[in-house]
Design a protein around this ligand. Structure first.
Ligand code: SF4
Ligand code: SF4
Length: 369
């Protein structure tokens, strides 16, 4: 099932992802199909810029933080000179994340790319269709398949596939405010994961919820090791200040929210809904079970809301599209860095607190922030 926002995406060739996001790890790996075409046709200016990594992966060379094929006008030399089909799969698909699962192709977007965020603004409501992907994207080999070696619980994944369409429908039910829909989704996710925990909004519960969020933020801050994520991580430190009660108390944050966000919130709520719907179709959700996916989703939403208030207060203006774009891009970049979604350290924190307890805390957080 492909979301209308994924179909609506058009790359503006800004080059942002060619000198930051995609060049980490082995992400510029040249898949077998493309490599055969390039070597078969003897395209030397590409072959001489392919290196072999320690893991024997063939990938495009990078110089500094950027792909060596990004020209001085920030355009892709391979695409310009030879065409789209000579690009590595990552470049063909980015910022689309393609997963192959028992349900078929799952495609979502990562919001490190501003144009991707604009697609969830352009769609009043995301719709899904199972039309073929022809003309949208033709990946050669890039996929993520569940293998028998994966440690995921296949029964849980099966249950999740049955749950997903109903959960998305509930999330898009605009007869209720988004917060209320999220609370219902939290209860359903807990039930699906066979958790007996109940969500409550006592002061202790809220304190615990903020404590988990703070632990996660501190862990992410500790992982910042590239010039690319640094500014985003710096912003996370400011969020930690709110939770710490050092620089800004929660009460003060709520006052800022009331001043700058609340009046315009209803107008833009649909963008957050679309962000969440996109998240529900990522492999984070379906590979890890509903309570776990829900927890991660709510932690991201809580962070986005904190950033929205922070940016609005900084620019001293009411919530608008630009503030939402900044908040989403900041949170997705700070947490995901590149394509690795949540780091294993964040996963470990959630597991340490217990997935059910964390999901309950995350649900409470979503109601307060
Ligand atoms: S995918 Fe996004 S970030 Fe990358 S070049 Fe296109 S518009 Fe820019
Ligand atoms: S091959 Fe082209 S699209 Fe891919 S990272 Fe390099 S410059 Fe960007």
């Amino acid at each position: 099932m492909i979301g209308s926002h994924v179909r609506a995406f058009r790359c503006r060739a800004c080059g942002y992802c060619c000198y930051r996001n995609k060049v980490w790890d082995s992400y510029l790996a040249v898949d077998e199909g493309t490599l055969a075409k390039i070597t078969g046709e003897g395209i030397e200016d590409i072959t001489k810029n392919i290196c072999t990594t320690q893991n024997q992966v063939k990938q495009l060379k990078c110089s500094g933080n950027q792909c060596s094929f990004l020209n001085k006008n920030n355009l892709c030399h391979i695409n310009l000179q030879y065409g789209y089909e000579y690009l590595p799969d990552a470049c063909k698909s980015y910022p689309r994340i393609i997963g192959v699962s028992t349900r078929g192709l799952e495609i979502s977007l990562v919001f490190l790319c501003r144009e991707a965020i604009k697609t969830i603004i352009s769609q009043n409501k995301i719709t899904f269709s199972d039309e073929k992907l022809t003309d949208l994207i033709l990946p050669n080999n890039y996929h993520y398949e569940l293998s028998s070696d994966d440690e995921y619980d296949l029964q849980l994944i099966k249950k999740y596939f049955e749950f997903l369409p109903k959960a998305i429908e509930g999330l898009q039910n605009r007869c209720l405010p988004l917060k209320q829909r999220l609370l219902i989704l939290g209860e359903e996710s807990l039930r699906l994961s066979e958790c007996t925990e109940t969500i409550n909004f006592s002061a202790t519960s809220i304190r615990d919820s903020l404590g988990i969020l703070k632990e996660i933020i501190i862990s992410r801050i500790g992982e910042a090791d590239t010039d690319y994520t640094e500014p985003y991580i710096d912003n996370l430190k400011k969020i930690r200040g709110i939770i710490d009660d050092n620089t800004l108390s929660l009460a003060e944050y709520l006052r800022i929210k009331e001043t700058f966000i609340d009046r315009e919130y209803d107008k833009y709520e649909y963008i957050l809904e679309n962000y969440l719907v996109n998240f529900m179709t990522t492999n984070i959700y379906f590979f890890n079970g509903a309570a776990f996916g829900y927890t991660m989703m709510m932690l991201l939403l809580a962070s986005i809301q904190l950033f929205m208030a922070g940016y609005a207060a900084f620019y001293r203006r009411s919530l608008d599209e630009e503030i939402i774009i900044l908040a989403i891009q900041n949170v997705d970049t700070a947490f995901f860095g590149h394509m690795n979604w949540f780091s294993s350290k964040i996963t470990a924190i959630i597991k340490k607190h217990g997935i059910c307890h964390s999901a309950k805390m995350a649900a409470a957080l979503g109601q307060v922030l």
